[in-house]
Design a protein around this ligand. Structure first.
Ligand SMILES: NC(=O)c1ccc[n+]([C@@H]2O[C@H](COP(=O)([O-])OP(=O)(O)OC[C@H]3O[C@@H](n4cnc5c(N)ncnc54)[C@H](O)[C@@H]3O)[C@@H](O)[C@H]2O)c1
Length: 318
């Protein structure tokens, strides 16, 4: 079998090096979708690595008999016909855990920034900072600390648990709701290899919504909203809410109403219902902290994605 891997949407240097040292050749050309079949066959590629851009559909799988493995750097595999590929005997792999800590840190960037109005101060300081310093100081002068507050986590999988670690580490209380995980043990590792464990239990969704000062969502995409009008109604007044899960798990119209009614003090959004064209009302809202779906986009996560893919490929194709 050939030991050629095509990383069509890119791969970290660490991943390339790991593969090369195991005798693989790594091609990093970005081949256009319509030329992909010809390229894979001509170059005798046995492993195709993609992120979210390249589509790996039935036709491609059928037309590339030499292909043995499809790898997705990251989580979602909507761009790959996974079941079909597996039926045909291909390995289909991904790296679901590699970016959890990065997404969790972005959640806290939104939370810390939100609790101190940084998202709005950064919009207004360049415009008024020299003429209206005192006015701005007053506007942003009623911040809150996160320490001692309750973080409600909806969805307690890999990323939900990674946010819980940071929250516990800065002295927050953590409550979570996850219909598939009654109990969880959160182990926090410190820089000097000491660690500490916290046993947690799922509360009901309603209990979490009623008690939390800050709420963060880490659920998969689903048919219905996880947070809509009814859920906003259960929350305390002045909650900070973050969504770095998937657009469509929060009802954005209900969110705007909840902000305007003072129910939500600020929202931090990394994902949007109408991505990649978020609603202008969301983008322009002075109480929303925004980022363009960059939860997993850190050098460290990209490195881990590359090395995790390499490790799996070496095991499966060597
Ligand atoms: N912002 C980003 O760049 C970025 C990066 C990676 C992943 N994500 C997204 O983050 C989300 C979580 O990823 P993960 O790796 O932690 O997934 P995971 O599968 O490890 O955890 C998801 C958890 O949500 C629970 N769940 C499902 N439906 C629920 C509901 N209605 N209420 C409460 N809990 C529910 C599941 O039982 C599961 O434990 C996914 O939507 C993923 O697409 C975003």
């Amino acid at each position: 079998m050939s030991k050629k891997i095509l990383a069509n949407d890119g791969i970290s240097k660490s991943g390339i090096e790991a593969l090369q040292s195991a005798g693989f050749e790594v091609l990093t050309t970005n081949v256009a979708q319509e030329q992909l079949v010809a390229f894979i066959n001509e170059e005798n590629v046995s492993g195709l690595l993609v992120r979210s851009a390249t589509q790996v559909r039935k036709e491609l799988i059928d037309s590339c008999p030499g292909l043995k493995l499809i790898g997705r750097g990251g989580v979602g595999m909507d761009n790959i016909d996974v079941e079909y590929a597996r039926e045909k005997g291909l390995h289909v792999i991904n790296t679901p855990a590699s970016s959890s800590a990065s997404v969790a840190e972005l959640v806290f960037a939104h939370l810390f920034g939100g609790a101190r109005f940084l998202y709005d101060a950064n919009r207004n300081m360049p415009l008024e900072g020299d003429k209206n310093f005192k006015g701005l100081k007053k506007s942003y002068g009623k911040g809150t600390e996160l320490r001692g507050k309750t973080l409600g986590v909806l969805g307690f999988g890999r990323i939900g648990q990674a946010t819980a670690k940071i929250a516990l580490g800065i002295g927050m209380k953590v409550m979570y709701f996850d219909p598939n995980l009654q109990e969880a043990e959160i182990s926090i590792s410190f820089y000097d290899d000491r660690s500490m464990s916290f046993p947690l239990r799922s509360s009901s969704k309603e209990e979490v919504l009623k008690a939390a000062d800050f709420i963060t969502l880490h659920v998969p995409a689903q048919k219905d909203y996880v947070i809509g009008k009814a859920e906003f109604g259960m929350m305390k007044n002045g909650v900070g809410l973050v969504n770095a899960a998937r657009g469509g798990v929060i009802d954005e119209v209900a969110l705007l109403d909840a902000i305007d009614q003072g129910k939500i003090a600020f929202a931090g959004l990394d994902v949007f219902e109408s991505e990649p064209h978020p609603e202008v009302r969301i983008l322009m809202h002075p109480k929303i902290s925004l980022s363009p779906h960059i939860g997993a986009a850190t050098g460290e996560a990209q490195d881990r994605i590359g090395t995790e893919l390499a490790e799996q490929i070496i095991k499966l194709l060597n």
